[in-house]
Design a protein. Sequence first.
Length: 113
Amino acid sequence: MRTLEVRHLGRVPYGEALDLQARLVTDRQQGRVGDTLLLLEHDPVFTLGRNARAENVLHSQEALEARGFAVFETGRGGDVTYHGPGQLVGYPILKLDEGERDLHLCSATWSRG
């Protein structure tokens, strides 16, 4: 049986969430933490994935930032994505066994914070 720790973090700026994910990935790889799901909201942010196309961003980064939107280039897939208050985002940090593609978790624990 696998256990998943679910952490509801509230509203977290995108950069802080990236840093937390990086630390947790290292901790998971080294066996210091178990499988974890982060649930949170972000301040207004546009993320530009590896496949981001310039024509899909309708304003300059400076204009977006002047309007209160952060802009982050990510090493992740996808094009241009908006995240903001009221949108629940989930970041799973899991150790998958060799060849494992489908995940069915039997139980979960919940912690705030």
